[in-house]
Design a protein around this ligand. Structure first.
Ligand code: KG4
Ligand code: ZN
Length: 348
């Protein structure tokens, strides 16, 4: 069902290290989309420092929201609702965005929508593409690696998850280990582009298993072992080859696990659509692998553009539009949640 084009929602995202505000319409128009990355603040530490992230959100959020509203050419009174990420994520940051969103909703007398960050990623493909329900979702980000059946807004069936690291986390740790810089995902992708994936033999954890779970910690350990064995021979060439080998192994695992999930959902439902979302889905080599998988299996594949895969507020505003239209608004007493599973039946 198409959303009403005259629905206009302000979205706020502060759950990790991006401070973001966006204004999106039910007609799939992105009226403003402002993202401020805190990369420089966290770079000296080689990862996101929760306290620094929360402070940076406090410092920048008001200005970013004002900019988004100016770009959209709207006053708060013209909004249909205000949506903010209420979790899961780093609790200090989530609180900053959630309290700000509630305050704007209260001051302007608009409905408030508390958005699950994972639902933001899950529905993002519907903002830019024709992703009708139901679809199989591969959600690969810095904090999550999951396969879910998306049956509708707020209606998710969990199929599998990582039993240790998330895929993005594995990229970040591998980049740190190889001294490739921060943020890790794009750095590994760049190095891998210059490397030979066949030089080092690396494991494909859980590949072939009759479930939809993932594991990446053994792969990360294998990369560390190879790097240690190389010692002084870990030059730029070896780093590129190791990055390429790592990326190919992640690709094999994602393809194997997703192929299994496709078989599972296709035997139970008429679902033949695959959606890939989350920051890792910005990786061009992995996108190419998944495209090949889709063409082999006869699934249609919908991947949001890279800027919509990494954290942003357009996906939060869009999830706000979808939830508003489904009548799912929230009270101003809605809590911030560090953990918030999409499938309440399994708690994952
Ligand atoms: O969705 P996202 O922006 O934040 C979370 O919700 O976690 O995902 C961030 C993750 C990071 O681990 C980052 O290294 C990874 O996505 N990432 C990538 C690429 N761009 C971002 N991983 C692999 N290749 C990329 N090009
Ligand atoms: Zn995310």
């Amino acid at each position: 069902m198409a959303l009403r084009a005259d629905t206009v929602v302000l979205g706020i995202e502060t759950s990790c290290d991006e401070t973001a505000a966006a204004v999106v319409s039910g007609g799939r128009e992105i009226l403003a989309n402002v993202v401020l990355s805190q990369i420089d603040e966290h770079r000296p530490y080689g990862g996101v420092v929760p306290e620094i992230a929360a402070r940076a959100h406090v410092e920048h959020l008001d200005r970013l929201i004002a900019r988004a509203m100016t770009e959209a050419g709207l006053g708060y009174g013209e909004l249909s609702a205000v949506a903010a990420t209420a979790g899961p994520g780093l609790i200090g940051g989530v609180l900053v965005g959630l309290m700000t969103g509630k305050a704007i909703a209260a001051a302007s007398g608009k409905p408030f929508v508390a958005v699950n960050h994972l639902e933001g990623h899950a529905l993002s493909a519907r903002l830019t593409g024709e992703a009708d329900f139901p679809y199989l979702l591969l959600l690969v980000s810095g904090g999550h690696c999951q396969l879910l059946l998306v049956r509708g807004v707020g209606d998710y069936r969990w199929l599998g998850t990582t039993i240790d690291d998330a895929a993005g986390e594995a990229f970040d740790k591998t980049a740190k280990l190889l001294g490739l810089g921060y943020p890790g995902g794009p750095a590994v992708e760049q190095a891998a582009g210059r490397g030979d994936a066949s030089r080092f033999s690396l494991p494909r954890p859980l590949a072939g298993r009759p479930d939809c779970d993932f594991s990446f910690s053994g792969l990360k350990t294998a990369v560390r072992r190879v790097a240690q064995e190389l010692g002084a021979a870990l030059d730029e060439r070896a780093k590129a080859d190791l990055a390429a080998g790592f990326q190919a192994a992640v690709g094999d695992v994602l393809v194997d696990r997703t192929r299994h999930a496709m078989r599972m959902v296709a035997s139970e439902t008429a679902c033949t659509r695959l959606v890939v979302a989350g920051g890792v889905a910005a990786n061009a080599a992995l996108r190419a692998r998944l495209l090949r998988l889709a063409s082999e299996t006869g699934f249609s594949l919908i991947m949001p553009p890279g800027w919509l895969c990494t954290d942003n507020a357009a996906m939060i505003a869009w999830a706000g539009c979808e939830r508003l239209q489904a009548g799912l608004t929230d009270g101003l007493d809605t809590p911030a949640r560090a953990r918030w599973p999409l499938d309440p039946d399994t708690g994952r």
